[in-house]
Design a binder for this molecule. Structure first.
Ligand code: TYC
Length: 112
């Protein structure tokens, strides 16, 4: 079944030889995705990490607390998975927010 067949089935004018496209012939590549990772440290208050996860990753207090405790216990944890520019923006927002409050909290990204 070709696009032309589909178009003809719908009563379209793009029957054999006419070549009226009903959808693009080629598909657009999906963008690469990146994990945003939160890193543990010994000084940032737990509640500040929870607030950060709520503010920049739209997490509920329950999810933010879960992620914060995971990072606290394991050293690193995933905040979310985004396209490159969104991930980069979130990393910078977290680092800026932490710096404004004089906390050493660090955040990074890696290809998913
Ligand atoms: N380890 C910090 C403390 O004991 C809490 C913390 C959790 C810091 C997660 C950073 O990404 C982090 N106060």
């Amino acid at each position: 079944m070709t696009d032309e067949d589909r178009d003809a089935d719908r009563g379209g004018r793009g029957g054999a030889g006419v070549g009226l496209a009903t959808r693009p012939e080629t598909k657009t590549a999906k963008p690469s995705l990146y994990k945003v990772l939160m890193l543990n440290d010994d000084y940032t208050p737990m509640e500040f990490v929870v607030l950060t996860l709520q503010r920049f990753f739209k997490m509920s207090i329950e999810d933010a607390t879960r992620v914060m405790l995971h990072v606290h216990q394991r050293g690193v944890g995933v905040c979310g998975i985004f396209t490159y520019e969104v991930a980069e923006t979130k990393v910078n927002q977290v680092i800026d927010f932490a710096r404004q409050h004089q906390h050493p909290l660090q955040c990074t990204m890696e290809k998913d």
